[in-house]
Write a protein that binds this ligand. Structure first.
Ligand SMILES: Cc1cc2nc3c(=O)[nH]c(=O)nc-3n(C[C@H](O)[C@H](O)[C@H](O)COP(=O)(O)OP(=O)(O)OC[C@H]3O[C@@H](n4cnc5c(N)ncnc54)[C@H](O)[C@@H]3O)c2cc1C
Length: 508
């Protein structure tokens, strides 16, 4: 089995690193082709906690990786101005409070808030309270179950991550070739790609091609014409302008997404700079205006010229077609509101590892593997799409054309059912394949004021005085834990993930 990966962005090098480590005994050779003249997309800084499993699977040391990628910890995303102008909440990685009498805590809080001021959901998550105080500690260092009940991810420079993994993969035997693909050779009877031709005339043949060529989709689309499901009617933002700026103030261990009139703006603090971008719908705002909104809302001076990006949200009809598997932007793109793209790359890789074709696959087995792979990835994409769309529709905002568009939208059935069930009963329907578990849905729904008609009636079986005491005890436990946790910047220095001099400004 010879594998050729086309593209050396985050997707290409993550795939190369994983395949070279995990399929050593199955793959004879892995070649990765990338072009220095075709740049990578150059954005993509916030991640989901699952990436820790990916790194751990490769045996990567956390602090070494963080130091080389200028990484910070991420405890969640703060959403500002989404439910209403002036609102803010954090979607953390983990659950809220502690189950009481076998019933999730948010159900008890729904009752409590009917009877007075017992705080909001955010007060009952260690990760959120730590984030808002710019503190960090590892879950295992928490002194109580509540102080351990959170997850974390990273904010990093994706270009440096790709470089880091490139070294890892090449040490594991991956051959890197520099060149531009100008042609592909196809086997007429099967329709498979047999080789790619580079601009210097070199031909690279392989049994399996992995298309990580970004939005171009050189093999999956330009050659095999997989087709694209356009989801712009649900996620219509189609452009972004990105710019890094100088970092000022404390180093926050969370990403911020602020809703704007025709889109939203991200802020992602890294060790050496803060990443910023304005994702927008060009129907309602010009490139100049969108850039001006972005530049007006930076923490510090811009460090480069703003970069414009164009995209169409959706996914390929087939992620795996013939002997080509598309991973990364080549497979599809959903806007970066919940930092899901690198995670979807990881999903693509994990599923490929599980369903990797054996040396002599029978044609039928191979067809079954492809069908399974495509079905799994399609579900992943659809479920992320629904979750992103929830942010736009669970809102009272109607102060611009874009927000009015969302208030009149017909939702995908899958999302409409989920919202209906939540309003009816206060429960989140579960699913098997999907990146966001019920606490994530609850964080956004309650964070954006989508309250169910009633709390779980079984909550009334529990003594109300005891409930109030327990809620207070939880908040005290979390506050105590956060008080004892280290400042985020100090924590990075303490574990050797950053140097003191570099972060000195973080404490100003
Ligand atoms: C505005 C925006 C914000 C984002 N923010 C986030 C985020 O916060 N978190 C997150 O997880 N994701 C984010 N993403 C997505 C993330 O950037 C990508 O998923 C990730 O970088 C992977 O990109 P890629 O490797 O698929 O493609 P690219 O980075 O575009 O790489 C493509 C590669 O293919 C090569 N190539 C292309 N054509 C040829 C050819 N003909 N011959 C040879 N080589 C070729 C190029 O040289 C390059 O190496 C964001 C995306 C956008 C657009």
């Amino acid at each position: 089995m010879r594998v050729c990966i086309l593209g050396g962005g985050t997707a290409g090098w993550m795939t190369a690193a994983a395949l070279s480590k995990k399929l050593k005994n199955i793959i004879n050779s892995i070649t990765l082709v990338e072009s220095d003249t075709i740049s990578t997309v150059g954005v993509g800084e916030a991640t989901l906690p699952h990436i820790r499993l990916f790194n751990e699977g490769l045996g990567i040391d956390e602090s070494a990786f963080m130091k080389q990628t200028e990484a910070t910890y991420k405890l969640g995303i703060e959403f500002c101005d989404w439910g209403r102008l002036g609102d803010s909440y954090v979607h953390p990685f983990g659950d809220f409070g502690q189950t009481i009498n076998g019933i999730a805590f948010y159900q008890h809080l729904l009752k409590l808030t009917k009877h007075g001021d017992y705080g909001v959901l955010n007060d009952y998550a260690f990760g959120i309270v730590a984030a808002k105080n710019n503190k960090f500690q590892l879950p295992k260092d928490g002194k109580s179950p509540l102080q351990q009940a959170f997850g974390y991810a990273y904010q990093f420079d994706a270009g440096l991550y790709a470089k880091f993994l490139s070294g890892f993969a090449q040490n594991n035997g991956v051959r890197r070739i520099e060149g531009i693909v100008v042609d592909t050779l196809i086997d007429k009877s099967s329709g498979d790609v047999t080789a790619i031709t580079l601009d210097d005339g070199q031909q690279i043949s392989a049994d399996l091609f992995i298309d990580c060529s970004g939005f171009r989709g050189v093999l999956i689309e330009q050659t095999l014409q997989s087709g694209y499901q356009d989801w712009s009617q649900w996620l219509p933002c189609n452009r972004a302008v990105a710019v890094p700026c100088e970092r000022h103030g404390p180093l926050s261990p969370y990403t911020r997404a602020t809703a704007r009139q025709a889109g939203w703006q991200w802020r992602i603090p890294l060790q050496h700079r803060t990443g910023n971008g304005h994702v927008y719908w060009d129907e309602f705002i010009s490139e100049d205006e969108a850039t001006s909104v972005l530049l007006k809302n930076l923490d510090g001076p811009a460090l480069s010229e703003p970069k414009q990006l164009y995209f169409k949200t959706g996914r390929r009809n087939h992620f795996w077609k013939n002997n080509v598997v598309a991973i990364g932007l080549a497979g599809g793109f959903l806007e970066p509101l919940e930092s899901t793209s690198i995670h979807l790359i990881q999903e693509g890789i994990t599923n490929l590892l599980e369903l990797f074709p054996h040396e002599s696959p029978s044609p039928s087995a191979n067809t079954l593997d492809k069908a399974e792979y495509n079905a799994r990835m399609a579900l992943q994409f659809e479920r992320v799409r629904d979750f992103l769309l929830l942010h736009y529709v669970a809102t009272k905002r109607d102060d611009s054309e874009m927000w009015r568009y969302f208030s009149n939208m017909t939702l995908p059935d899958s999302l409409q059912e989920k919202i209906d069930y939540w309003l009816h009963r206060g429960y989140v329907q579960r699913y098997e394949f999907g990146s966001f578990l019920p606490p994530s849905w609850i964080a956004v729904m309650l964070g954006q004021n989508l309250r169910p008609q009633h709390y779980d009636p079984r909550v009334d079986n529990y003594n109300f005085v005891e409930l109030k005491q327990q809620a207070q005890a939880m908040r005290t436990d979390i506050a105590n834990g956060v008080n004892q946790a280290k400042n985020h910047a100090d924590f990075l220095v303490a574990i050797g993930a950053a140097s003191n001099s570099q972060l000195i400004r973080a404490k100003s």
